[in-house]
Design a protein around this ligand. Structure first.
Ligand code: TXA
Ligand code: MG
Length: 317
C-alpha cells in the first residue's frame, strides 16, 4: 500500500526518481509525474488505464513559467492568470518542443494550470520540472477528493500520496482554450462561467460535444459509479427498496432520510460541489439498486455539477 503523509521533500525525491505521487489540489487529487520525462508520464497512462489519446494537464507553481513551455501566449491568458492563478482554471495554449508529445497526446497544444494548494505549490517550488497530473482515479471513474480515495484505487501504483486534506473545490478545473483567436470553454469546472465571463467582459462559447476530439475527458461515459443512476424526473413509478437519492438542499418527499445524500442543507453550490464526488463514492459502496439524482440550479457551480451528474446518469447500468 502507498505511503501517505505531508512530507513534501519525500514526494519530491520520488518524483525526481521518475515515480508517481498523488498530489492534493484545490479541485481534485492528481496523479503526478515529471512532465518532461516521457517514461514517467507513460506510467501515469498505465496506472490509470487511460487511453493515449487523452492529454494531460501540466502543473506549474507560477504562471510566468508558461513561457518555458508555450509559444505565442496571448495577452488574454495573462489577464486571466492575474485574476485566477493559482486557481481552478486550465489554459490550453500552443506548446513548444519541451513538452513531450505523450503529454499532449500528439496535439500541438498543452493544458497548463497553477493549482491552489500550499503543499503542491511547495512541492513544485522544490522541483526543476513541471508536473503532469490527471485526476488520480482509474479512467472513467469519479475523481478523488481525499488522499484515502487515491490509495483505495491507485495505492499500488503510487510511491507516495501527499495528504493535503479534503479538496476545497471538489470539481476539476474549468478548461479554457486560448490556442485560437476565439476563446472557448472545453470543460465546465471549479471556476464558474459567470466569474470567467465577468473577468473577460464577454460571453464565452462552451464546446462540450461528447465527440469533441480536443477534450476526450468530456466523453459521455465518465464519472460512472457502478449503480444505476436516473434523474428524478425519469424515476419509475415503482421504486426498488434500495433506492437512494442525491439532492442539493432539501429532502426527497418519498424516501426515508437514511437513504438520502443531501449535499448542502444551507443551499450553497460551492459546498455541494466540494461534497459531490465523495457522496458518489459513498453511494457506490452502499449496495444500492438505484440512485435518483436531482437536477441542480443552472447557475454558478450548478452548471458543472449538472454536467458531471449527466455523465454519471448516462453511463449508469
Ligand atoms: O482540476 C484538474 O484539472 C485536475 C487536477 C489534478 O489538476 N486534473 C484533471 O485532469 O482533471 P484530467 O486528466 O482528469 O482531465 C484533464 C482533461 C483531459 O481529459 C482533456 O480532455 C483535457 O483536460 N486536456 C488536456 N490537455 C488538453 C489539450 N491540449 N487540448 C484539449 N484538452 C486537453
Ligand atoms: Mg479525470
Amino acid at each position: 500500500m502507498a505511503n501517505t503523509g505531508t512530507d513534501v521533500g519525500l514526494a519530491a525525491q520520488h518524483l525526481r526518481g521518475g515515480k508517481l505521487v498523488g498530489i492534493p489540489t484545490e479541485t481534485v487529487y492528481g496523479l503526478a509525474a515529471n512532465a518532461l520525462d516521457e517514461l514517467a508520464v507513460a506510467r501515469i497512462f498505465e496506472a490509470k488505464k487511460r487511453p493515449a489519446f487523452d492529454p494531460l494537464i501540466v502543473h506549474i507553481d507560477d504562471f510566468a513559467e508558461v513561457e518555458k513551455y508555450c509559444d505565442r501566449v496571448p495577452d488574454l491568458a495573462y489577464r486571466l492568470a492575474e485574476r485566477f492563478c493559482p486557481g481552478p482554471l486550465t489554459f490550453i495554449l500552443p506548446k513548444n518542443h519541451r513538452i513531450p508529445d505523450l503529454v499532449s497526446s500528439g496535439h500541438p497544444t498543452v493544458g497548463i494550470r497553477v493549482p491552489n494548494h500550499p503543499l503542491s505549490l511547495a512541492l513544485l517550488r522544490q522541483l526543476h520540472f513541471p508536473l503532469a497530473a490527471p485526476s488520480a482515479n482509474p479512467f472513467g471513474y469519479v475523481s478523488p477528493t481525499t488522499a484515502q480515495h487515491v490509495t483505495n484505487q491507485l495505492g499500488e501504483a503510487v510511491a507516495y500520496v501527499l495528504d493535503g486534506g479534503p479538496c476545497a473545490v471538489g470539481l476539476e478545473s474549468t478548461i479554457i482554450d486560448l490556442s485560437s483567436p476565439t476563446p472557448k470553454v472545453l470543460r465546465l469546472g471549479g471556476l464558474s462561467m459567470e466569474a470567467l465571463e465577468t473577468a473577460l467582459g464577454q460571453k464565452l462559447e462552451i464546446q462540450r460535444s461528447s465527440s469533441n476530439p480536443k477534450a476526450p475527458g468530456m466523453l459521455l461515459k465518465h464519472y460512472a459509479p457502478r449503480v444505476r443512476m436516473l434523474w428524478e424526473a425519469d424515476a419509475p413509478a415503482l421504486l426498488p427498496a434500495k433506492t437512494a437519492c442525491l439532492r442539493f438542499s432539501s429532502p426527497h418527499p418519498k424516501l426515508p432520510l437514511a437513504q438520502q445524500w443531501i449535499l448542502s442543507a444551507e443551499g450553497s453550490l460551492a459546498q455541494a460541489a466540494s461534497r459531490l464526488f465523495a457522496a458518489l463514492r459513498d453511494m457506490d459502496a452502499a449496495a444500492l439498486d438505484l440512485i435518483l439524482v436531482e437536477r441542480f440550479p443552472e447557475q454558478g457551480l450548478g452548471l458543472a455539477i449538472n454536467d458531471r451528474l449527466s455523465r454519471a446518469v448516462q453511463s449508469g447500468k
